[in-house]
Design a protein around this ligand. Sequence first.
Ligand SMILES: *[C@@H]1O[C@H](CO)[C@@H](O)[C@H](O)[C@H]1NC(C)=O
Ligand SMILES: *[C@@H]1O[C@H](CO)[C@@H](O)[C@H](O)[C@H]1NC(C)=O
Ligand SMILES: *[C@@H]1O[C@H](CO)[C@@H](O)[C@H](O)[C@H]1NC(C)=O
Length: 432
Amino acid sequence: MVNGNRMLYTILGFASCVAFIYMSLGDLKLSSFPREPRLSFVERNGTQFFLDGKPLYVNGWNSYWLMAHSVDENSRPRVSAMLQAGAKMGLTVCRTWAFNDGGYDALQISPGQFDERVFKALDYVIAEARQHGIRLLLSLVNNLQAYGGKTQYVKWAWQEGVGLSSSNDSFFFDPSIRKYFKNYVLTVLTRKNTITGIEYRNDPTIFAWELINEPRCMSDPSGDTLQDWLEEMTAFIKSIDKNHLLTVGLEGFYGPKSPKKSTVNPEVWASTLGSDFIRNSNISNVDFTSVHIYPDHWFHVLGFEEKQNYVYKWVRSHIEDCDKELKKPVMFTEYGLSNQNKDFQASQREQFYRSILDIIYKSARKKGSGAGALIWQFFVEGMEDYNDDFGLVPWESPSIYKLTVEQSCRLARIQGLIQENENLKVMCSKTE
Ligand SMILES: *[C@@H]1O[C@H](CO)[C@@H](O)[C@H](O)[C@H]1NC(C)=O
Ligand SMILES: *[C@@H]1O[C@H](CO)[C@@H](O)[C@H](O)[C@H]1NC(C)=O
Ligand SMILES: *[C@@H]1O[C@H](CO)[C@@H](O)[C@H](O)[C@H]1NC(C)=O
């Protein structure tokens, strides 16, 4: 009997060993991508983001060019260099374009026609972000003309003889164009990454979707046209993907339906753009709100100190809206100071960034809705063509680099993340 049992165990042991090897090989066959620790989706509850059950506060940046530079093998190393540098500064989220409509190296060549070469470049961006522990805030279309935007969609509708209007705002109300855009969204969200084998909608590397960069619909200042489009598109995205958080991509201006807040707008024009921070962000399928900070674009005569004072008011007002009324987190998804201002000095950038980061930190310490901020914008050496008057190479600006690391560390500290992360332990021991 004893021998018999031993024999049975030996056979069982051998069989489970074979099964194990078989399953491992099965995994390898499915994907040659190395197995990584389990990654969770970012969630939200009330005014806070959560990751693995703990509140999450974000220090991050914008590099809109990641897909564009991944298309060509020669420029692809810039993408990993940027993501690696971000991780080294303790940054956790990068916002980037998941669109390029018409034009050079377009992802969407014409409505519903995609360039597989460019889609593979986006696959690469996502796979590479995962490798570096960075999550991506992916924007799905531009209100502005760069990389196609709503103007390109309107042009397509004209070319196909279905366009209702030549106004670029017909992007929001033309039923054919809405179909084009929904088809685009469906294709991107259900794309199966050729490197990781994971559908985008199932990939926790994606922090959230951003519907549209800086939407404005000036042809309808009542705001009804944009609101209607946002309600339809946010519901459409949630019908495909319930895993990811969703934001609009607003600049943050208050519209005519928020008269109490109109004094916070930079000037009267800001309430005539067809957008409204409160109304647009209150849509139930919008998980968190987004705000941009560009006093240089919004004021022409103010000096640095006055702009700085305005920024305090602007940022605090939006955090207050989200704490008290909207009950959602707020991300300042772009902030920048132009180096083209007449009174510009390099030290102002540090001061400007610091004032924003301080407010986020204070809000986070109180478990408030100020959930994070993303610098506009970082790039790497040798790509000055992609700069504007807001960009910088972080390691060429020691004071900004230091400030960025400090923010990453103090946010990591209140999240209790330092002890469990070697990179943070080493990096943050110098900032205590
Ligand atoms: C969200 O937070 C509330 C209040 O803290 C808590 O009661 C609730 O269980 C949380 N919900 C989830 C899904 O975690
Ligand atoms: C929209 O069209 C107008 C006029 O055709 C043009 O001046 C404007 O730059 C366009 N705006 C965008 C965001 O494409
Ligand atoms: C948001 O929408 C809800 C209904 O969905 C409404 O009760 C509430 O008053 C709105 N909040 C704001 C700040 O407009």
